[in-house]
Design a protein around this ligand. Structure first.
Ligand code: ZN
Length: 85
């Protein structure tokens, strides 16, 4: 059986999410919660180097909804964040 190719996270074929959806609202809350605990470039929730994986994943959800990274408190480079294996 052939594998299923997942939809790309960015670009014209990426799924479009509603900025007002509960999924996107939760992702925005997660971004804020983790960002607000950053000290010495580490996330206080994850104890991981910031941006921590949950922040990157939540940011991708926000970007798929067309939100501006700066407007939700993300650094400008968030526009280029990618999923890592
Ligand atoms: Zn974190």
């Amino acid at each position: 059986m052939d594998g299923v190719r997942p939809a790309p996270m960015t670009g014209p074929l990426a799924p479009r999410l509603s900025p007002d959806s509960p999924l996107v609202a939760s992702a925005r809350e997660l971004v804020v919660r983790h960002r607000d605990t950053v000290a010495d470039d580490r996330c206080g929730w994850c104890a991981d180097v910031y941006p921590c994986p949950p922040t990157i994943h939540a940011a991708l959800v926000c970007l798929a909804a067309g939100l501006d990274p700066h407007a939700i408190g993300l650094p400008p480079e968030a526009a280029g964040w990618q999923l890592t294996a």
